[in-house]
Design a protein around this ligand. Structure first.
Ligand code: NAD
Length: 286
């Protein structure tokens, strides 16, 4: 065993590796994961969860200071690389970093995304804003899949995860541009899953709802300037999610762990909605 508890899988063999994973209950023992948008929120919670399950994680984010701080807090199994997902070269650098540092990339989580409040009517849509959101939420994610697939295909295995949204399932929330971008994420995942399944690579996504992160709190404050963001979250939740469900980024991290681990080895092309039941009975235009 090395100082940080990792060991040579090649030296000890597959059977020992499986035995250790089973014994420790660590679902990602010896895996390497790259997570975009992991400086905060859902990405950060997922990085924490993956590390606690035996993985080494590369945090790739446009926010250099915060990203580095997050990696420092998470300890020796976390590292940080500056990455703007709108730049394909940044994504390929992040993937190269995974290979040069860890010799492998098992999990790619394309999670970076921005919100966007657009005018209520399509006739007023600003196409410059539309292009910007699509470039981050869709373009960055497609480039992430492309570069991860390039290194995963030769190994015939890998797991790719993306963050969509319930707006991609239902539309609405007065955010046409954001909603269109997240519909595209779900479509991309289905399309990529069908290509990559023949290489043993699974591609899935998660659609969260109202998880209290910077992204959501800022949006809520814009929607209801006179209502405190925390209070608004309470109103939203009281309006129709599972009673007593105090949602938090870790709820999405749990779903992410399931989807990238062997527990979901027969799951691909799936959009896992994690919304406390909201989409089952609510119209999104609240
Ligand atoms: P967050 O603001 O805490 O995290 C977003 C992260 O993405 C930040 O660290 C930010 O620096 C990074 N980022 C933004 N632009 C980037 C770029 N160009 N390149 C690299 N990194 C960039 O918010 P979050 O809620 O954790 O958001 C994560 C994902 O979850 C997003 O894709 C978002 O659309 C999605 N989502 C969140 C919710 C929710 O309820 N919080 C609901 C649906 C979907």
């Amino acid at each position: 065993l090395s100082e940080n508890g990792s060991y040579s899988r090649a030296l000890f063999g597959e059977s020992f590796h499986r035995l250790l994973s089973t014994h420790t209950g660590r679902k990602l023992q010896d895996k390497v994961a790259l997570i975009t948008g992991a400086a905060s929120g859902i990405g950060k919670a997922t990085a924490t969860k993956f590390i606690n399950n035996g993985a080494r994680v590369i945090i790739a984010d446009i926010q250099q200071k915060l990203g580095q701080e997050t990696a420092n807090k998470l300890g020796p199994n976390a590292s940080f690389i500056t990455c703007d997902v709108t730049k394909e070269s940044d994504i390929s650098n992040a993937v190269d970093f995974a290979i040069s540092e860890h010799k492998q990339l098992d999990i790619m989580f394309n999670n970076a995304g921005i919100a966007c409040r657009t005018p209520p009517s399509i006739v007023d849509l600003d196409m410059t804003v539309f292009d910007k959101v699509m470039k981050i939420n869709v373009g960055g994610l497609v480039a992430g899949i492309k570069h991860a697939a390039r290194v995963m295909i030769p190994h015939g295995t890998g797991s790719i995860l993306c963050t969509a949204s319930i707006t991609g399932v239902m539309g609405g929330m007065s955010q046409h541009t954001y909603s269109i971008s997240k519909c595209a994420v779900i479509g991309t995942v289905k399309s990529m899953a069908s290509e990559l399944c023949r290489h043993g690579i699974r591609v899935n996504c998660i659609s969260p709802f109202a998880i209290p992160t910077t992204f959501v709190m800022e949006e809520m404050s814009l929607l209801y300037p006179n209502v405190d963001a925390q209070r608004h979250m309470k109103i939203v939740h009281n309006a129709g999610v599972l009673k007593g469900a105090n949602c938090e980024p870790n709820d999405i991290a749990n779903a992410a762990l399931f989807l990238v681990s062997d527990d979901a080895k027969y799951v691909s092309g799936h959009n896992l909605v994690v919304d406390g039941g909201f989409t089952s009975f609510k119209n999104l235009d609240f």
